[in-house]
Design a protein around this ligand. Structure first.
Ligand SMILES: [Cu+2]
Length: 305
C-alpha cells in the first residue's frame, strides 16, 4: 500500500479499497501497521472459521454419538490464554513505536498554524509573518481552474492552498477560534490528524516526500458547514517555496506600510503593490499546479499553435 500509484494520492479515488497513498514517513508507518494488523485479523478469522467447520463435521450427532464428558484440559487452557496475550503484545510493540513516531516532533523547518473557524480554515506561517484564509471553491471557480488544466476536485479544492517545501519537517500548531467550536485538521496522506480546540494548541507534524496536492477535510463534527471546510496542502520544490514565501512576505510588508502611511496617495500605491504581490504569489502557485498536473506542456503547446 505504501507504494500505491499516484492516482490515489492526496485525495480519495473511485473504487479505492485501502487508504490514500502515503506521502510522509508517519503515513508509511501507519500503512505498514495497518497491513500487519489486517494479516493478524484475517488469520484469526480464518482459523476460527476452520475450527468451527471441523467441530461441526467431526463432533455432530452422527459422527460422534457419545460425547466426551471431560471439563478441563490444563494445557489447552494455558494455551488459549497465553497465545492471545502474545498476539496482543505483537500488536502493541509496533503500535507504541508508531505512536512514539507520531509524537516525536523532530526539529521543525517550517511552522504552520492552522485555526478552525465556523466554517473555514485560517493558515499562517508565524515565523514568516503572514497568514491567509482557506475556503472551499464553489463549482464556478472550480470549472474555471479545470478549464486551465488545473485539477479542482469537488468539496476538496480550496481558494488558497497551503504551500510547503518537499522533504522538510512541517510542525503544525492547530487551534480553533476562541468563540468557536472543535474542528479537526487532517491530511490522510501525511498521517496527520489532530483536533482543533478553542483556547488550546494541539500539534501534529509531517515531512512530505512527494510533490503535489494533498487534501483533507475537517474531521470533527463542527456544525452546519462541517462538510465544506476542506484543507489543501500543496507540496512544492524548495526553490518554489522560497519564491512564494518571499512574495507573500513582501505583500504583507506593503500592507503593513499602507496602514501606517498618513499620505493618502502613497497609501493607495502601497495597497496596489500589495495586491500585485498577492497576484504574483497566486501566479507562482498556479505555475506549480500546472507543472504538477502534467498539463504544463499541453498548455504551452496550445499557446504555440
Ligand atoms: Cu470543522
Amino acid at each position: 500500500m505504501a507504494s500505491a500509484a499516484w492516482a490515489g494520492m492526496g485525495q480519495p479515488s473511485p473504487g479505492e479499497m485501502g487508504m490514500q497513498a502515503a506521502a510522509s514517513p508517519v503515513a508509511e508507518e501507519i500503512h505498514k501497521f495497518y497491513d500487519l494488523v489486517n494479516i493478524i485479523i484475517v488469520a484469526i478469522a480464518v482459523f476460527v472459521l476452520l475450527l468451527m467447520l471441523y467441530v461441526m463435521y467431526r463432533f455432530n450427532e452422527h459422527a460422534n454419538p457419545t460425547p466426551s464428558r471431560s471439563t478441563h484440559n490444563t494445557v489447552l487452557e494455558v494455551a488459549w490464554t497465553v497465545i492471545p496475550i502474545l498476539i496482543l503484545v505483537a500488536i502493541a510493540i509496533p503500535s507504541f513505536r508508531l505512536l512514539h513516531l507520531q509524537y516525536s516532533y523532530p526539529k521543525a523547518d517550517i511552522t504552520l498554524k492552522a485555526t478552525g473557524h465556523q466554517w473555514y480554515w485560517e493558515h499562517g506561517y508565524p515565523e514568516l509573518g503572514f497568514s491567509f484564509e482557506t475556503r472551499m471553491l464553489d463549482d464556478a471557480s472550480r470549472e474555471e481552474l479545470i478549464a486551465q488544466n488545473i485539477p479542482a476536485p469537488r468539496n476538496l479544492a480550496v481558494d488558497n492552498d497551503v504551500i510547503v517545501p518537499i522533504n522538510k519537517v512541517v510542525n503544525v500548531l492547530v487551534t480553533a477560534a476562541p468563540d468557536g467550536v472543535i474542528h479537526n485538521w487532517t491530511i490522510p496522506s501525511f498521517g496527520s490528524k489532530v483536533d482543533a480546540v478553542p483556547g488550546r494548541v494541539t500539534t501534529t507534524w509531517f515531512k512530505p516526500t512527494v510533490e503535489g496536492m494533498f487534501y483533507g477535510q475537517c474531521s470533527e463534527l463542527c456544525g452546519k458547514d462541517h462538510a465544506f471546510m476542506p484543507i489543501g496542502v500543496r507540496v512544492v520544490s524548495e526553490a518554489t517555496f522560497a519564491t512564494w514565501s518571499d512574495t507573500m512576505k513582501a505583500a504583507t510588508a506593503a500592507g503593513n506600510e499602507a496602514t501606517s502611511e498618513p499620505d493618502k496617495e502613497k497609501r493607495r500605491e502601497k495597497l496596489r503593490l500589495k495586491k500585485d504581490l498577492l497576484e504574483k504569489a497566486k501566479g507562482i502557485i498556479r505555475e506549480a499546479a500546472l507543472r504538477q498536473s502534467g498539463a504544463h506542456r499541453i498548455a504551452k503547446a496550445d499557446a504555440a499553435q
